[in-house]
Write a protein that binds this ligand. Sequence first.
Ligand code: SER
Length: 598
Amino acid sequence: MNHKEIAQKFLDFFKSKGHTIIPSASLIPENDPTVLFTTAGMHPLVPFLLGQPHPGGKRLVDNQKSLRTDDIEEVGDAVHHTFFFMLGNWSLGDYFKKEAIEWSHEFLTDKKWLGLDKKRIAVSCFAGDKDAPKDEEAASVWRKLGIPESRIAFLPKKDNWWGPAGATGPCGPDTEMFYWSPNTPAPEKFDSKDKRWVEIWNDVFMQYSKNQDATFTPLKQKNVDTGMGLERACAVLQGFDDNYKTELFAPIIAKLEHLSNKKYGSSPAVTLSMRIIADHVRASVFVLAENKVTPSNVEQGYVLRRLLRRSVRHLRELGINISVEAGGVSVQKGCMKGLAEIVIDIYRNECPELEKNRGFIINEINSEQFKFMQTIEHGIAKFEQILSEKKAISATDAFLLYQSFGFPLEMTAELAKERGITVDKQEFEKEFEKHQELSRKGAEQKFKSGLADHSEKTIKLHTATHLLHAALRKIVGPNATQKGSNITPERLRFDFNSPEKLTPEQLKQVEALVNEVISQGIEVQREEMTMDQAKKAGALGLFESKYGEKVSVYTIGTFSKEICTGPHVKNTREIGKFRIQKEESIAAGVRRIKAVIE
Ligand code: SER
């Protein structure tokens, strides 16, 4: 069964159980205060997990593009990825443990669906602690389905609890399903530490809300959030113990074997490099396919740069000669580019955004490779020079390499590790923090904390963003439409189309207009309608592809009407005083406004 068939079966199965199929949300969330990337299927659904009605109803199913960089270091084993597809079924205050587990079991084992061998399945459930009891409820459903006691493990929060995505919010115990995929009989007893038991699916029972003071309150709306990694499911069903052997990665690996003249699996180092390249190039292609981000030193652009540069470094590790020759022509011209083409071809039919942005993706990858090749030559030479002089690399040296040569700190750390030199981690981290420009730290923080919370402040800023958007279109002109939006609890950031810098007068007018609407105390109304109806009603909708059949439309009097997931304040008066802090250019024809509420 290939990945397309597996994904289709998943959607069909849950459709047959009354779920609405919703499309994957964008990998780069808009209007989402605290995540750089969608890291799990639950992120785009947080408002609905918290009680807002979803236009698709209470049962949803999707195949969500996800990107996680908090375990970028894990990439290189057989089953971890930065970018992956997560199949998920959702109950928004509808069914709970019994149905969720029974359906997981049916989908995995029934011949009509995946038809996996029941004798190779093991599960884990939450062991219980001071915050919540042992999940006997989940375990008893498994027992009834015939899973023997020896294959049920009870594990603590660190293993069997999911969320909240941030400091506070919905969370709960989970039950995880493992599959013994080697071609040997599965041991009678489940040992969660034995890596041959591969986790393939996680059913989270979001029945608590974590509070600021780290206590847990039972939620009124009990939700189910499940996540099955498509790549892992694919490997298991194809009898592989390695995701990179599936059709999702094999063509990239084959190309790398050809270029390097080395066999995948011939040594741990070769395997590691090939996996890292295959994973990172694939992730980069999907990020670029959103056509919103290019490699840079901040936020998503920084992650993208790191993925691409790390790939280039591992190409070198494999001995693939991509050094830059005079005139910027590489010896094996367009090496990264060739790999990216393969990824686009794999997903040509399923993910039209890849094909549509092929030119852009290839261009960006090529140009980043070129830039990095120049950087790397200088940086490595300097690294070797410092090492031969001092026999050590200090955090300050690492910084010199970064600042003078743009040589990434991670690369210095990796090179040092390979040479068996230890770098003082604490000192290193101090340097990281000192470095203002580089937002890696901030970026990672965001990954870790995920969607921190829909705090009052961010909700206010979110509604203020709609007002700003409407005000800009009134004052600057109807073409001043949204290009991007990013909200933290401190400020909003709004990118919009405008060929010219706004005059001080225009900025004052925009600010005054937003404050005027705020002071009018207008109700913010939410309605559900089809995309067509929304368009007819004149709603601004910029991200059509990420919504299902029905959408939510937020209306603020006659002033603003936008298709949006929410959440928003109930009345504009709640927002407070709006103040523009800065207006600047970020790209040709695109301006950025940063604003706060006071
Ligand atoms: N949120 C859970 C996870 O990401 C299940 O979807 O594993």
